[in-house]
Design a protein around this ligand. Structure first.
Ligand SMILES: Cc1cc2nc3c(=O)[nH]c(=O)nc-3n(C[C@H](O)[C@H](O)[C@H](O)COP(=O)(O)OP(=O)(O)OC[C@H]3O[C@@H](n4cnc5c(N)ncnc54)[C@H](O)[C@@H]3O)c2cc1C
Length: 477
């Protein structure tokens, strides 16, 4: 039996803790904030309960052993295009083809059908070669890829280029582009391999957890506790001491050292390498940083039949939004004036008082900071003004909620940076490239889990990273 300390109680950290405890190890989790869950946050006010982070659960089979009861969504997402066309996605391919045909015409449906075959090949290749396997820097660079898999994922090609090749209707291309932002990336630079994301979402479905996605966090905490994991909240780790190239434990803000044979860090990889190890180590593969999100939490009077559980309102010019939030050679990053607006409102009586709705509105946004591709989200007045602007834009797109508000609150990338120690408030850690920091640290006994390392961000991916690390550590002797 090893003494294992997990740093951080995000989904990756908690999943690693419960797997390792189930394998017979003695596990302790140290979390700097007063609550567990990390980016999987919950906020309650006046009888409304909001998920402040994830709102869409994909690949629910990854969470099978938690005893949750996910409910499938239909539509998975409602897409409202700038010309007013509405397209509801479906996890049944034939149904989705019918809907595409009715909304955009039979040629568009035939294009999507052709694209779908390619997306399936990409998904299979990624699942086999990347998502299920721990990687080393060497294998990440392609040495262990099967040739056929490499051809399917077309490593030199972008998601945008793949869309252009298969989809003639600009609205379908817009829909595909959006999946790059699911991983925090720009579709013009993100790899074509990201076609695996819509495939996973639509093939395995989009799901909701009654009571909100925050119930996943509570289930993880309960399972950890039942397995004897000690979760210490309000306990910030400030260092990972080592001796002769091997971890010896973790140092807490109080100065105390908790001895450990193995340390699993759920802290962002950059922070782990730069700030927690005794001699700052260089990350061989950092990957690109993911973009951030600006969030509105709205308590809304009445009901809104035009909204599905998830509805996305596209702008007239998607590229103007990407230029704004990622920054371009000529202009630094800034909040987009005419952004894509993603509205989630769960028709679940457990998350809002009768006669009202709890809306979570997400806008892709530059990370917090003062660099060229960042925005200083702490600038006085910015969050309030941008929040009101978003509601004006939504009204221009046909959904005016301004006189139905019980309250409006904002959460900026700076807020997420504070609450979840996410550098710049990046939603996913590292964005959608194939190359990410690996799960094994630079000293013996140190492992990394979570959105900034292989295989990436999003609830199923961080859970897979934790499963890979737990498998690598193995059962107690
Ligand atoms: C607005 C938003 C929307 C999202 N939407 C979706 C979605 O719809 N579907 C989906 O699948 N995913 C979504 N995601 C992404 C998903 O939330 C994340 O990928 C996932 O929750 C990250 O888990 P993680 O294991 O990387 O840990 P994190 O959530 O990053 O948690 C890390 C934990 O470590 C703690 N920590 C950091 N430093 C220290 C330290 N020094 N000492 C002790 N503790 C420390 C932090 O406080 C935090 O609790 C969304 C995220 C956001 C923010």
């Amino acid at each position: 039996m090893s003494r294992i300390v997990v740093i951080g109680a995000g989904v990756g950290g908690l999943t690693a803790a419960l797997r390792l405890a189930a394998a017979g190890h003695r596990v302790e989790v140290h979390e700097r904030s007063a609550v567990a869950g990390g980016k999987l946050g919950v906020y309650e006010r006046d009888g409304f309960r909001f998920d402040t982070g994830p709102s869409l659960l994909t690949l629910p089979q990854v969470f099978d052993d938690l005893g949750l009861s996910p409910t499938p969504l239909d539509p998975v997402v409602r897409h409202v295009f700038p010309d007013g066309t509405v397209l509801d996605s479906s996890s049944s391919h034939p149904v989705f083809l019918e809907r595409i045909s009715a909304a955009l015409g039979p040629e568009a449906a035939a294009d999507w059908d052709r694209f779908w075959l390619r997306a399936a090949r990409i998904w299979l290749a990624s699942w086999r070669s990347v998502l299920q396997r721990p990687v080393t820097t060497r294998s990440l660079l392609g040495l262990s890829w099967r040739l056929g898999d490499l051809r399917a994922i077309a490593p030199g090609s972008s998601l945008r280029a793949l869309g252009r090749r298969y989809l003639r209707d600009p609205r379908l291309r817009m829909m595909l582009d959006r999946y790059a932002t699911y991983t925090g990336a720009d579709p013009r630079r993100a790899p074509a391999a990201l076609a695996a994301v819509p495939y996973a979402e639509l093939h395995f479905g989009g799901w909701y957890l009654p009571g909100g996605l925050g119930t996943l966090g509570s289930a993880l905490v309960d399972r950890c506790t039942a397995l004897g994991v000690r979760i210490v909240l309000g306990s910030e780790v400030t260092g990972i001491p080592t001796r002769a190239g091997r971890v010896t434990g973790v140092r807490l803000r109080s100065g105390a050292v908790v001895p450990a044979d193995v340390v699993v860090s759920n802290v962002d990889a950059l922070t782990t390498y730069r700030d927690l190890l005794p001699a700052p180590s260089r990350l061989a593969q950092l990957g690109d940083r993911s973009l951030a999100g600006f969030v509105l939490l709205l308590g809304v009077r009445g009901d809104t039949p035009s909204l599905a559980h998830h509805t996305v309102f596209f702008p007239r010019c998607y590229d103007a939004e990407f230029d704004a939030i990622f920054g371009s050679a000529r202009r630094r990053a800034r909040p987009a004036t005419d952004p894509t607006i993603f509205v989630t409102r769960a028709p679940d009586p457990d998350v809002h008082p009768a006669g009202s709705e709890a809306w979570f509105v997400l806008i892709n946004a530059p990370r917090h900071g003062t660099g060229w591709s960042e925005t200083d989200w702490r600038r006085p007045g910015l969050a309030g003004a941008y929040g009101r602007h978003i509601l004006d834009v939504l009204a221009r797109r046909g959904l005016d909620v301004r006189d139905r508000l019980h309250f409006l609150e904002t959460r900026t990338p700076a807020d997420l940076a504070d609450s979840a120690a996410a550098p710049g408030g990046a939603i996913y850690g590292t964005s959608g490239g194939l190359v990410r920091p690996v799960n094994r640290g630079p000293v013996d006994g140190l492992y990394l889990v979570g959105g900034s390392v292989h295989p990436g961000g999003g609830l199923p991916m961080v859970t897979l990273s934790a499963q890979m690390v737990a498998d690598r550590i193995g059962p107690a002797d």
